[in-house]
Design a protein. Structure first.
Length: 302
């Protein structure tokens, strides 16, 4: 029976933390022990600058393809064309095939303003009047066409969630996307799962027979409360965003196996917080932005 096995990680935020190399190396060391077919990165990996090419070099040592997703922070200060060139992406949304499975990578880093759709860049959206993140009509039409072929199974990747209902975390037109996926299922297509990053937490939900899985961050929880000063003065000066973070100790990731009959298994991780816990900053239920912020990547099978 044919089998596809891949490793997936998200939200490394290499430029914002002091130990990104260690986390990436944890991932690489584990993946080298697994017989994987490829790696998927779900966005917010690093800024597209020369000194960060070391990340791509290290991933290249795995000697398997690595498929990237555009995240919102990838283009905070850089146009998406530069991000795509850095990551070697020919298109910002695309698909690839392994065996009898088509994998579809979406880009929701768009802003809907009246009847125009603008790429996200340097936080160029108005929070009260614009819809963001958003998948524009052209990409939705492309998605419908991608699902209308002879492949047996489909898995989708995106940076933003197609399920999270909290505030403006999930894709603004996620119901429209899910309708396309559910119509495909009615037509006999096997849409197995949608995986996303962005939320820096852990979640999995079944909506009308499709699994929507949020992968925890490789690095940290973002709380934005500006009260976490638990590193040296020098470290905080170099990484000022640390005051808004709770770091995990481990470089979180998952190993996913898809069997030839459409069954899949996600092998997650259990970990720990690096040196403070959510209650230290007043978060009492270990939930934030609509997801669990326990130090875990959930394992599951279906």
């Amino acid at each position: 029976m044919y089998r596809v096995k891949f490793a997936v990680f998200t939200d490394l935020h290499y430029d914002h933390i002091p130990d990104g190399e260690r986390r990436l190396q944890q991932f690489i060391d584990r993946v080298k022990k697994e017989k994987i077919d490829f790696v998927v990165e779900l966005g917010d990996i690093c800024y597209p600058i020369e000194e960060n090419k070391i990340i791509l070099k290290e991933l290249g040592k795995l000697e398997v393809p690595c498929y990237f997703t555009i995240g919102n922070h990838d283009s905070d200060a850089f146009p998406r064309e530069q991000v795509m060139e850095f990551l070697g992406m020919e298109n910002n949304y695309y698909s690839f095939v392994k065996g009898n499975i088509k994998f579809i990578v979406l880009d929701a880093c768009y802003i809907k303003r009246a009847d125009e759709y603008i790429p996200y860049y340097k936080r160029n959206y108005h929070k009260s009047s614009d819809s963001y993140p958003y998948i524009p009509p052209e990409e939705l039409l492309w998605l419908e066409n991608e699902l209308n072929d002879e492949h047996e199974y489909y898995i989708l990747f995106s940076h933003h969630s197609l399920a999270n209902e909290f505030a403006k975390r999930g894709v603004a037109n996620r119901e429209e996307v899910r309708t396309i996926l559910e119509k495909a299922k009615v037509a006999g297509k096997q849409v197995l799962m949608c995986m996303n990053g962005h939320d820096h937490g852990d979640a999995a939900v079944d909506i009308n027979g499709i699994c929507y899985y949020t992968l925890n961050s490789m690095s940290y929880i973002w709380h934005g409360l500006k009260q976490t000063y638990n590193y040296s003065k020098e470290t905080h000066e170099r990484y000022p965003g640390l005051e808004d973070m709770i770091l995990y100790e481990e470089g979180f990731h998952a190993i996913v196996t898809i069997k030839g009959d459409g069954r899949f298994e996600i092998e997650g991780m259990k970990g720990s917080y690096q040196n403070i816990i959510p209650s230290d900053v007043g978060i009492l239920n270990n939930r934030w932005n609509g997801v669990s912020i326990e130090p875990i990547v959930s394992s599951m099978s279906k």
